[in-house]
Design a protein around this ligand. Structure first.
Ligand SMILES: NC(=O)c1ccc[n+]([C@@H]2O[C@H](COP(=O)([O-])OP(=O)(O)OC[C@H]3O[C@@H](n4cnc5c(N)ncnc54)[C@H](OP(=O)(O)O)[C@@H]3O)[C@@H](O)[C@H]2O)c1
Length: 283
């Protein structure tokens, strides 16, 4: 259920472990260096309260610095990072490394970045996150790019259900099956590359028509579509005006027909770069 809307700030979702997340977050890849800090600080200042980073984005230090420069109290921000494939054997140490680079003493959310099934260690990585949560290093734990089979295995073997599964999701790849699988476990779906990145479907007639009808931009229509699906998008923008625009999607609603029409833009293989978690691996 979405919580109340207040001003420009995003409503929140309650997760299956009792914690909450804003209904939209800020993606930080590939923001790095001084320009990256400026962009992330700007995102915080325009109102994002959930920041998505990862060890493999090599920008955790920049995220931490942007938080400090923003002056926003730590407890008003949520920070999420991810365990890379090479750290599956010691996820607790990986989380500690993330905290050190971020300059924080806890993370709000930590995910196993990719399952890397041929390596066969994603259950170990999940056990490590369960331990990190017990040690108080991270409030909430989840996964990214996990299929139904991967989810079933970690839940069966540990008895612990992830709070979040962050997956590729955009109008050309709406992930109906995985959204149902996640929902069946009470797992919140997060959408990566929510705008479709390089292939942003901004000029699709269904998107353009809704943008005109509601007097918003095509990007806002697409991000609102994620909200209507109940998935939490994490758009990235280095531009303050686009950052603010992307966050401002709680003042209008799409009809069921509009949501269905945008979902109907699905392509048989709509993935951006062939990131099938059964075969695509990242270390
Ligand atoms: N878990 C995973 O495996 C995984 C994989 C990929 C990504 N991610 C996460 O997902 C986040 C978002 O994904 P993404 O960056 O790949 O794709 P995205 O957010 O769908 O798209 C970002 C691109 O769209 C542009 N853009 C943003 N807002 C716009 C607007 N309103 N109008 C026009 N263009 C706009 C940005 O350019 P400007 O910066 O110039 O605005 C950027 O080029 C990443 O930052 C990362 O945190 C996770």
């Amino acid at each position: 259920m979405l919580g109340n809307v207040s001003g420009m700030s995003a409503p929140t979702y309650e997760l299956n472990d009792g914690t909450t997340l804003p209904a939209i977050g800020f993606g930080t890849y590939p923001l790095q260096g001084e320009d990256g800090i400026t962009a992330i600080q700007s995102a915080i200042e325009v109102g994002y309260r959930l920041l998505d980073t990862a060890v493999n984005y090599e920008n955790e230090a920049e995220v931490g610095e942007a938080i400090r420069r923003s002056g926003i109290p730590r407890d008003q921000l949520q920070v999420a990072s991810k365990v890379p494939g090479r750290d599956h054997g010691d996820a607790v140490a990986s989380v500690r490394g993330s905290l050190e680079r971020l300059g924080l003493d806890y993370l709000d959310l930590h995910l196993v970045h990719w399952p890397n099934p041929s390596v066969g260690k994603y259950v170990d990585a999940w056990r490590g996150l369960i331990e990190a949560q017990k040690e108080g290093l991270v409030r909430s734990i989840g996964v990214s790019n996990f299929s139904a089979e991967h989810l079933e295995r970690i839940i069966d073997e540990t008895g612990v259900t992830p709070s979040v599964n962050q997956i590729e999701l955009h109008p050309y790849f709406p992930q109906a099956v995985m959204r149902d699988v996640n929902a069946g476990y009470g797992i919140r779906t997060e959408s990566w590359s929510p705008l479709g990145k390089r292939q942003a479907p901004f000029s699709e007639p269904t998107v353009a028509a809704a943008a005109e009808k509601y007097d918003v931009t095509p990007g806002q229509v697409i991000l609102r579509w994620h909200v209507e699906l109940g998935s939490l998008p994490i758009p990235k923008s280095a531009d303050p005006a686009r950052q603010a625009q992307n966050l401002d999607v709680f003042g209008f609603e799409l009809t069921d027909d509009e949501v269905a029409a945008i979902s109907g833009l699905a392509e048989p293989d709509g993935r951006l770069f062939g990131g099938d978690p059964d075969t695509h691996e990242e270390m």
